[in-house]
Design a protein around this ligand. Structure first.
Ligand SMILES: C[S@@+](CC[C@H](N)C(=O)[O-])C[C@H]1O[C@@H](n2cnc3c(N)ncnc32)[C@H](O)[C@@H]1O
Length: 247
């Protein structure tokens, strides 16, 4: 069973595309006439030029909004598409879930004529800059250390790419890992955690002590004192990266 058939049942409740990140992805895609979205999930960030979504999880496909591009149940590692059959391929916050990244990226390069756009993150930057992982839940880094792929490795596998930082707005509407960096209370909410795979896939007993300290720090004002500087920022760079590869 695809992992998101259990992990993604309430995905659309907390994972709504953020308009600022959407604009950055749209801009990176450029003037393409057709797009395939791989690991498309519920359809976040798909531009109007999207002709097909590739997604293994039925639970995710069932949450796609009416009018979204048609979706095929398939995986990145074996795309049901001909060589050079589409202008651009996009893959947003999905490559860390693939069973074979090398095969998946090779498939993206096979089917795209002009451009590949990936949104992922730099794990070394993330674990150093994101207070939740660094200071409260360092155990969650173990999972991502294993599955995150180095940015330099990705650039090489793509045969070259431009790398753009993706700042996370303080009121980001897409509840991925660091989306709530200025809204710390959100991480105490099980529904929020269910939409963040690094938290949903870590044993709740492992998370519990760190979350208890966070709850206490918020109640006593220690969190606010410790991170005063963050409260003055509108967005931060915690390692999310857009890779844009022209073929
Ligand atoms: C965090 S969600 C991201 C969904 C969507 N791209 C977004 O930005 O909201 C990760 C998605 O990758 C999908 N996925 C997992 N393994 C995959 C694979 N081997 N090939 C393609 N997609 C995969 C999951 O089913 C899930 O929908």
């Amino acid at each position: 069973m695809p992992i998101y058939d259990s992990l993604g049942t309430s995905y659309s409740l907390t994972r709504r595309p953020d308009p600022r990140i959407a604009a950055q992805i749209r801009n990176a895609l450029g003037d393409v006439s057709d797009v395939v979205n791989v690991g498309a999930g519920t359809g976040s960030y798909e531009p109007s030029e999207t002709i097909l979504a590739i997604e293994p999880s039925h639970a995710m496909i069932s949450q796609r909004p009416p009018g979204a591009a048609p979706a095929v149940r398939a995986v990145a590692e074996q795309l049901p598409l001909r060589d050079r059959s589409v202008d651009a391929v996009m893959a947003v916050l999905t490559i860390h879930h693939w069973t074979d990244t090398v095969a998946g990226l090779s498939e993206l390069r096979r089917v795209a004529r002009r451009r590949i756009v990936l949104l992922t993150w730099d794990q070394s930057v993330f674990r150093e800059r994101f207070w939740l992982v660094r200071d409260y839940l360092p155990q969650t880094a173990a999972l991502d250390d294993k599955r995150a792929i180095g940015i330099d490795d990705l650039v090489e596998l793509l045969g070259g790419a431009r790398v753009e930082p993706v700042p996370v707005p303080h009121d980001c509407t897409d509840g991925f890992g660091a989306a709530y960096w200025r809204r710390p209370r959100a991480y105490l909410d099980p529904q929020v955690r269910a939409g963040i795979s690094m938290l949903a896939q870590t044993d709740p007993d492992v998370l519990a002590p760190g979350l208890a300290v966070l709850a206490d720090d918020l109640a006593t004002g220690r969190w606010q004192d410790r991170y005063t500087d963050l409260l003055a920022l509108d967005s931060i760079d915690v390692g999310y990266r857009l890779l844009v590869s022209d073929l």
